[in-house]
Design a protein around this ligand. Structure first.
Ligand code: SF4
Length: 311
């Protein structure tokens, strides 16, 4: 892979910045940047095959234009969606690229693994910084030797994806951009998916673990798969309509309406029950000592018990 192709795939890299150093922002680049954001919002961002050198440079510049638009919009929901979708596309490239490229990108974020016998090891602080919020990645479930965590190649790429996402999320504010950037921001607001639902919950409506998840969803933070699964079984168990659950999930930065509808309806058909508190604890999602066995029993507690547990 030559340097320009590398820069197209990883537009946050120093190589990418060098390629677009002398390129002027224009309507076409801003249009490409706008499309990039809209695709992220619709969950349709995907890898591209580009043949011509000028198109490749425009593609790299579109990433910078998208960041400028996002810096002007200063909207955490849109920025999160952009970061999640872009980092997923780059994860796809990492899966196709050779180990040298994966190592090069990893080192950009300090993800520098060492070989010990046949094991691939990573320092604990870096591991903690970029490991996803899933039980499988919790330190307690990992093999640790001499202060280093053993990781597989796939896990290394997942950590790099997380590092790229965090990097992209850090967008400086842009206060007075060119008019074409301001117009692009207006267009994105006009085309925002309209089904996003505002989440309104009152104190004690749900057990602490569910309240915490709903708070995260409200802030458009990503949820791990076990967290999504747990939340869905709970919301179905309290007889929430499928449409309302999809509305809640629409706040997630990697929301895909079709997949979400399918998963919710599949869970409902199968009648999966809400996991016990012991299972929720193994997911790392328990945040109180309610002694009710399963979160769904929260609704059998009286008001004073609920309040006592929240303190
Ligand atoms: S004890 Fe059960 S209900 Fe309470 S926060 Fe933990 S998992 Fe949720």
């Amino acid at each position: 892979m030559d340097g320009l192709d590398f820069a197209v795939r990883y537009p946050f890299s120093s190589e990418a910045r060098a390629f677009i150093g002398d390129l002027q922002l224009n309507e076409h680049i801003v249009e490409l940047g706008t499309e990039r954001i809209l695709k992220a919002l619709n969950g349709t961002a995907s890898a591209k095959v580009i043949y011509h050198e000028s198109d490749k440079k425009n593609e790299i510049a579109s990433f910078a234009a998208a960041r400028m638009i996002l810096g002007y919009m200063h909207n955490s929901f849109i920025t999160n969606k952009f970061a999640v979708n872009e980092s997923k596309v780059m994860h796809g490239y990492l899966n196709r690229d050779d180990d040298t490229t994966v190592d090069k990108i990893g080192k950009t974020f300090g993800i520098h693994t060492q070989k010990e016998n046949e094991r691939q090891m990573l320092g604990i602080p870096v591991y903690i910084s970029f490991s996803p919020k899933a039980p499988h990645y919790r330190l307690i479930n990992r093999r640790i030797f001499n202060g280093l965590v053993e990781i597989s190649n796939d896990e290394k790429k997942r950590l790099i994806e997380e590092a790229i996402k965090k990097h992209i999320e850090k967008i400086p504010m842009v206060s007075d951009p060119p008019v074409m950037i301001q117009d692009a921001a207006k267009r994105i607001i006009d085309e925002l998916p309209k089904h996003q639902t505002k989440i309104e919950v009152k104190d004690n409506d749900h057990p602490p673990c569910i309240m915490k998840l709903l708070e995260s969803v409200k802030k458009h933070e990503n949820l791990s798969h076990p967290a999504r699964w747990f939340l869905a079984t709970y919301l179905l168990a309290i007889s929430m309509e499928e449409e309302a659950i999809v509305g809640i999930y629409s706040n997630l930065p990697d929301f895909n309406e079709k997949i979400t509808r399918y998963q919710i309806s599949h869970a409902k058909k199968k009648g999966y029950s809400v996991p016990s508190c012991a299972t929720v604890t193994t997911y790392g999602l328990c945040c109180a000592i309610c002694r009710i066995g399963t979160p769904i029993r929260w609704h059998q507690l009286d008001k004073s018990n609920k309040e006592a547990l929240r303190k």
